[in-house]
Design a protein around this ligand. Structure first.
Ligand code: SF4
Ligand code: F3S
Ligand code: ZN
Length: 103
């Protein structure tokens, strides 16, 4: 499962479409965590798609990740600022790849 303490345990190494990327990153095998309020561990995501289907405000968008061992696309929290903290995505992800910091 995604580390809920990733803010402390990882470093922000990059930015992607306006959100943070938390390392380590070593493409294409290791992609890190995308997002801060809505965070997706790209190294855990298997492209199940439940988060995209269920999010009521369309926070997630597919991003291509060719060559990653778990899946060749990931749910990117492209619109994390829209999140209403319903926690649906956290509940439906089969591999617990998502953390929402509802504070
Ligand atoms: Fe969408 Fe709810 Fe997840 Fe926020 S917590 S990203 S609103 S499904
Ligand atoms: Fe990935 Fe979990 Fe969404 S596997 S596509 S983050 S439901
Ligand atoms: Zn991203």
């Amino acid at each position: 499962a995604i580390d809920p303490q990733f803010h402390e345990n990882r470093e922000q190494v990059d930015e992607h479409k306006g959100h943070a990327v938390w390392g380590p990153v070593d493409e294409p095998d290791e992609l890190g965590i995308h997002g801060t309020h809505v965070a997706v561990d790209f190294d855990l995501c298997i492209a199940d798609g439940a988060c995209l289907e269920d999010c009521p405000v369309d926070v997630f968008e597919w991003v291509e990740t060719p060559g990653h061992p778990e899946s060749e696309e990931k749910a990117d929290p492209a619109n994390e600022a829209q999140c209403i903290d319903c926690m649906l995505c956290v509940d439906v992800c089969p591999v617990d790849a998502i953390d929402v910091d509802a504070g």
